[in-house]
Design a protein around this ligand. Sequence first.
Ligand code: ADP
Ligand code: MG
Length: 252
Amino acid sequence: MSLLKVDSLSIAFGGVKAVDNISFEVQEGEVFTIVGPNGAGKSTIFNLISRLYEPLSGRITFDENDITKLPAHDIAKLGIARTFQNIELFDHSSVLQNLLIGRHSQRNTSWIQDLLFLPKVRRSEREHRLQVEKIIDFLELAPYRDKLIAGLPYGIRKVVEIARALAANPKLILLDEPASGLSVEETSEMAWWIEDMQKDLGLTILMVEHDMSLVNRVSDRVLAVAEGKFLAQGTAAEVQANPQVIEAYLGQ
Ligand code: ADP
Ligand code: MG
């Protein structure tokens, strides 16, 4: 079943189409990867799906809901979480605090309801904490749990960024260049986390990535784009053998 359907999506900045009539479908449970040269429009596709940007035209369907016009927080509530190419964490808060903030997008109560139903809220706060602790265990972040983000090595911050997204309890997670800036060993570890999220958590993963070792290892299907336009789609091997894809990379 297709969990996410992107239909003829476009956006322009200053008259230049950064995303130009892009369509693809992500099946439930798969790892779907978007590749393409710098400036191809990959992060912009993520910004359109998570509704940081409003599309010029096109439609986005998630889990049978038309989410094209929904505000970002409603999209998060429906079950789409994301990471950012440039890590977006609260540097002067701990790993645990960042995850609890991430968890908040799942909360349905207002502060007035919180006051009216205090015992129930306490119970739900406890549930939030339990869930967050599970994510910390799952991604082996326990040694960093109470450490401030600012003091953590870059590779660990990349994992915390994923943990923050998981804290929102998504069905679909968008990973924007999870391996960028990582060493070969850290990239291989990142592949383990992606495989574990897919297999153990049953998550659907939409990823943008440059590191072809990671792309080849974890992707079920790959879409290649350049200058905002569709180039090719297929397995990682098929896409890399595509003459138009090779040309787009050579022309970089
Ligand atoms: P990629 O992630 O594939 O490297 P991006 O999606 O970040 O590429 O950018 C695609 C194009 O859109 C680039 O030319 C970029 O400069 C432009 N772009 C992205 N966001 C904005 C914005 N907010 N304002 C103006 N131009 C933008
Ligand atoms: Mg990008």
